[in-house]
Design a protein around this ligand. Structure first.
Ligand code: HAM
Length: 419
């Protein structure tokens, strides 16, 4: 036999029934984000490597270790996008959108690529739904964005997801904090894991994120960014918290919350789910403010903030009933060739009237077609044979409980609509 070819490790096919959860999440996101005035964008999955090196940061794991980078036939260094913020910012600058409107609200959904060690909820091609708000530096923008995620989680009936917030300061206060942190960590260098010793020079903030027990013990007495925030950063963060309170949203302040991307300033946040299905991949989404990113990518000084949710992870959490597992309205079963001819006309008419209707084009025994009707999750089955054609009426059989009733074939649309 010819050898089979398999999909790439860490990159999943999305096929029914699983894809229904993705479609459900995407539909909910489009609906909820639309309520806040966010419009969809689509950028290429491949970008100039320099965009991520400069945007996300060379010292990050994402750019330093996880990017799919290759040379195209023209000798350009390109990368599969590991995230959506830098591409959105690039498009915003390239099309000079800031000349068209003072504040821009965009969202996107699509696959991202990171060469990560695979575990539950961690893949090499994964799906994100994200949003970016360019042009507003106000804390109200931060809160609007977090509120939008919370409303999406409500719409998906996802409970037990908590919001964690922090401020990462800005150019005025973060350097002082970093100095204090590096000083402290250097004094405890021997108790840190090998990776954190390396991070200490490359990206010291990430040490705060380490899950290693030894590192966590050292971190318990580490200086906190919250104590180093300058006046304007403190004010901004206090206002974010005040407005979250105003909306009645619960959150936890975690001074150790840092993010894996370098572009953040001030507000950073994550949505964390308590659920066994996720194992250690419990962060379903994260984001923050990036007031320097647009300028760093060659645009004007325009502030921004955004977030991204991991759709694969959200789908692992989705309750069965929220997956939108909707079968057809009707499954038509035919007993002979004549009935099949009638069914073709009937089904065509019903579909043109907007009903979801299926028929087993192969025909076959009543039993096998009824089995298929059951599996299709149809609301009703209708059996067409000689008797039904003669009387032009048939039994409309509910497949999920309830009484069967005789209906005229000419009045099927009304009968389906009424039930
Ligand atoms: P991020 O925290 O790197 O942020 O990713 C956001 C979410 O994507 C994560 O919380 C997680 O749910 C999901 N995710 C990340 N990596 C994987 C993976 N390997 N497998 C499955 N899911 C994953 C960003 O990407 C920023 N661009 C968010 C942002 C937007 N900040 C500002 N604007």
């Amino acid at each position: 036999m010819t050898q089979k070819i398999y999909g790439v490790k860490g990159m999943n096919d999305l096929i029914p029934p699983d894809i229904r959860a993705w479609l459900r999440v995407e539909a909910a996101a489009r609906e909820v984000f639309g309520r806040y005035g966010y419009e969809e964008i689509r950028t290429p999955v491949v970008e100039d490597t320099a965009l991520f090196v400069r945007g996300v940061g060379e010292g990050t794991d994402i750019v330093g270790k996880e990017m799919y980078t290759f040379e195209d036939k023209g000798g350009r260094s390109l990368s599969l996008r590991p995230e959506g913020t830098a591409p959105a910012a690039r498009a915003y600058i390239e099309h000079a959108v800031y000349n068209l409107e003072p504040v821009t609200h965009w969202f996107y959904l699509g696959p991202m690529f990171r060469y990560e060690r695979m575990k539950t909820g961690r893949y090499r091609q994964f799906w994100q739904i994200g949003a970016e708000a360019f042009g507003a530096k106000e804390p109200a923008q931060d809160v609007e964005l977090m509120d939008m995620v919370i409303q999406l989680l409500y719409a998906l009936e996802l409970k037990n997801v908590s919001l964690v917030v922090n401020s990462l300061g800005d150019d005025a206060c973060r350097p002082k904090y970093l100095e204090a942190l590096v000083g402290y960590l250097n004094a405890h260098r021997d108790s840190l894991c090998a990776e954190c010793r390396e991070r200490l020079s490359r990206n010291p903030l990430r040490v705060l994120d380490c899950k290693n027990e030894g590192c966590r013990a050292v971190l318990r007495s580490a200086p906190s960014i919250q104590e180093f925030l300058c006046g304007p950063c403190r004010e901004h963060f206090d206002e974010v918290k005040r407005q979250l309170d105003l909306l009645g949203h619960r959150y936890e302040v975690d001074p150790r919350l840092v993010r894996g991307l370098d572009y953040y300033t001030r507000t950073a946040f994550e949505f964390v789910a308590e659920h066994p299905a996720l194992g250690t991949a419990s962060t379903v989404g994260g984001g923050g403010r990036y007031d320097k990113l647009i300028a760093a990518l060659g645009g004007p000084e325009i502030p921004g903030i955004g977030f991204a949710l991991g759709v694969d992870r959200l789908c692992l959490l989705l309750p069965e009933e929220a997956k939108g597992d909707r079968g057809p309205d009707l499954f038509v079963v035919t007993l002979d060739d004549k009935a099949r001819d009638e069914a073709i006309k009937l089904v065509g008419g019903l579909r043109r009237a907007g009903f979801r209707v299926e028929v087993d084009v192969r025909g076959g025994s009543l039993k096998s077609q009824m089995k298929r009707a059951d599996k299709s999750m149809a609301r009703f089955a209708l059996v067409l044979g000689e008797t039904e054609l003669a009387s032009r009426s048939a039994q409309l059989k509910p497949l999920r409980g309830g009484e069967a009733r005789q209906v005229s074939l000419d009045q099927l649309p009304e009968a389906l609509r009424a039930s």
